[in-house]
Design a protein around this ligand. Structure first.
Ligand code: GLA
Length: 388
């Protein structure tokens, strides 16, 4: 199993960081989501938290007005750019950076030349939102470095917009919200319409959260994500014929959808049905967590996976395999795919005494089935992004 939140730099990296002389050092975490998938952009409910895996940013001003550089220590690659000539055509990771600086400028804040080093122990493409960690970390780091006086919520919102406008994923707000607003040992119960949220203590001992990374990331993830969002909007438009007050699927009762089932294209019906049921599951899961009823919580996780697999159709054979495999063991109360889908991790609610044995079993079975190595790590709820 990988170590938890140990950012271990090589001696060369340590020397590079030492010579750099950062003015601001900031930790920006990834996130897990316990339940409530693809509900955020439907104004619904989610239950994420930041985790103890993150990107560290080292930032300093340079003497230039507009010249900047961002270096990934993991890849030893540097992106140099000019704040006055935003390049929206570069590699994907550079577009997150352009997105953040441009969205900051749109909010009337002025930036000048800066240099940044970053180092990550967040696996990419694993569905634990390395992208939100990147956007929110850079935004929060620049906020600190240039004293921009952006509120945490502004950092969340501008980071989401960076992804919409410069990367092209029409993501909801969950990932950025979790990366910025989380608190150690808590999960967030977030209403994505009002942005009201509750930090709920998360004491699940003797259980633990185990992430199993399929190490696949199917190329459909961005295109199909936007398609799903569009299908949900089509469903809302149709429902507005009978229920003009409906603004998003979050406002729809299951009976309202049922009453018009025959008016729906079956695919759109399934998408809507999944979202409406998933919102109900999140609310039931919140109650189960309050009474420490982890068995019910686990069943709801399995229900979520079934919906994502069959109705929302964002799972893949590797995720389905791991979810089915977990059902063989009573020590696992729940399991489901996590994040946008088409690869990434499953999240497992598992008895802590069974973790190591289960990882060995799952690795073996997964390798036999797909010839791919599974990676595993425990996720601990952690604080949102902060200066260190
Ligand atoms: C991605 C998006 C989120 C959310 C999840 C699915 O992680 O960035 O906004 O929609 O997928 O729940």
């Amino acid at each position: 199993m990988q170590n938890n939140n140990i950012i271990s730099h090589s001696p060369e990296q340590l020397a590079q960081i030492g010579n750099f002389k950062a003015e601001v050092t900031l930790n920006s975490p990834g996130r897990v989501n316990l339940i409530g998938e693809h509900t955020d952009y439907n104004n619904g409910f989610v239950m994420p938290t930041a985790i103890d895996k993150s990107i560290i940013f080292y930032l300093k001003k340079n003497k230039s007005q507009t010249q900047c550089s961002v270096t990934s220590l993991n890849f030893q690659s540097t992106y140099e750019f000019d704040l006055s000539k935003p390049d929206e055509t570069g590699e994907e990771w550079t577009r997150y950076i352009t997105g953040v600086t441009e969205e900051i400028k749109k909010r009337g804040r002025s930036l000048s030349g800066f240099d940044c080093l970053m180092f990550s122990n967040l696996p990419m493409g694993a569905g634990i939102s390395s992208s939100a960690a990147l956007e929110c970390g850079l935004a929060a780091g620049l906020n600190e470095l240039f004293d921009l006086k952006l509120t945490p919520l502004e950092i969340v919102e501008l980071s989401q917009k960076a992804e919409h406008n410069y990367v092209g994923t029409m993501c909801g707000i969950m990932d950025q919200f979790a990366s910025v607003m989380s608190k150690e040992n808590h999960v967030i119960q977030l209403d994505c319409e009002s942005l009201d949220y509750k930090l709920v203590p998360f004491n699940i001992e003797p259980y633990a959260l185990l992430l199993l990374n399929t190490n696949v990331s199917h190329s459909l993830s961005t295109s199909e994500y936007n398609v799903r969002r569009n299908e949900c909007e089509q469903g809302v438009k149709l429902l507005q014929n009978w229920y003009p007050e409906v603004k998003a699927l979050r406002d729809v009762e299951p009976e309202q959808l049922e009453a018009h089932k025959n008016d729906f294209d079956p695919v759109i019906y399934n998408r809507c049905s999944y979202v409406i049921e998933e919102n109900q599951r999140v609310n039931e899961a919140a109650k189960a967590l309050e009474r420490n009823d982890l068995e019910t919580f686990g069943k709801l996780m399995y229900g979520s996976h079934e919906g994502l697999q069959h109705k929302y159709e964002v799972s893949c054979k590797e995720l389905d395999f791991l979810t089915d495999f977990s059902r063989n063991y009573d020590a696992i109360l729940g399991c489901r795919m996590m994040g946008g889908g088409f690869g990434g991790c499953t999240i497992n609610l598992i008895h802590q005494d069974f973790v190591e044995a289960y990882i060995a079993l799952a690795k073996k079975a997964y390798y036999e089935a797909f010839n791919i190595n599974l990676t595993a790590f425990k996720a601990m709820p952690a604080d949102g992004g902060k200066v260190i």
